[in-house]
Design a protein around this ligand. Structure first.
Ligand SMILES: [Zn+2]
Length: 76
């Protein structure tokens, strides 16, 4: 199956989210937060990752209101 081939050889996964600001695992680039596309592009272009999954995640904010964030999983 193509899905299996696609994931084959992936040995390392990173998980990024608009809800979490963090640093790139490989350099000092800021990852996550508002500009998720920029973070995804960074991992793809600078470190050779590919997108494995993009989706939304619902969590709760400090007042208990539903809060939606976009998440991406990249691997290489
Ligand atoms: Zn980086």
């Amino acid at each position: 199956m193509t899905t299996q081939n696609y994931y084959e050889g992936v040995k390392h996964i990173v998980h990024i989210s608009t809800g979490i600001e963090t640093k790139c695992e490989h350099c000092t680039e800021r990852i996550g937060g508002d500009d998720l596309a920029k973070s995804i592009n960074h991992y793809i272009q600078q470190h050779g990752y590919k997108i494995l999954h993009v989706g939304t995640e619902t969590s709760r904010d400090m007042d208990g209101n539903p809060w939606q964030s976009t998440v991406a999983v990249l691997g290489k």
